[in-house]
Write a protein that binds this ligand. Sequence first.
Ligand code: IPE
Ligand code: IPE
Ligand code: MG
Length: 249
Amino acid sequence: MNTAEKINKLNIPKHIAIIMDGNGRWAKQQGEDRIFGHHEGVNSVREIVEAAVEVGVKYLTIYAFSTENWNRPKEEVDALMELLVATISIEAPQLNKNGVKLEAIGNLKSLPPACYEELQEAMKLTEKNTKLTLVLALSYSAKWEITTAMKEIAEKVEKGTLAAKDISEDLIASHLCTKNYPDPELMIRTSGEHRISNFLLWQLAYAEFYFTDKLWPDFRKNDFYEAIIGYQNRERRFGKTSEQIAKQS
Ligand code: IPE
Ligand code: IPE
Ligand code: MG
């Protein structure tokens, strides 16, 4: 049985979030500079998106550039932005053919104009697709997202269009960038780091975390399937007891 066949098709996470990490270290291992690793990482993204479509995942959120990543050396930031423009422009037609809808979360206005425009174009091209929603987290950080949401909510209270007593978990969620997506059931991080680096702090409240030592450019379809199988072997209790969960199922 190959790895894909071991997946239980009745228990596929609807939403998987990925922190793709380790491009720089991968390149260093090859004696190349960090940018080479980012280029190679695009091949992994392509494969994982295909795999997600194949197994029937509905939402895939990929952390591509964090707010903190703006603090990297200028040459690396510039190269990443160029790579982003080139990748979106090359991949958009294929994404469209495969029924993938491209969306983005983050402080998109802070992206270079060429990048912002390419992104808007690709999102427009793919907006009617329904197989998979691919969400790129770009210039994204959860603390930025939550702060922005809090400001919006406070403004509504100030204007009198919202009463403080009506602030609920659902209302807060409806002010986040992810308002149109269910919370991820599974979060994958590559490269052996065990942290969430300011990614989806609210939305990952009850996600299962899957860590692998593989560096992102080495993370391919079978690794993605392994992560799903790992998820399927867990018991999600949501605060209840194991006995209660057994009774429910
Ligand atoms: C992840 O790889 C890609 C981005 C953050 C853009 P890194 O660039 O963080 O690679 P490492 O972690 O330094 O190896
Ligand atoms: C997290 O990776 C951000 C992205 C994958 C885009 P980093 O490599 O930037 O995170 P830290 O610095 O190791 O926490
Ligand atoms: Mg890193």
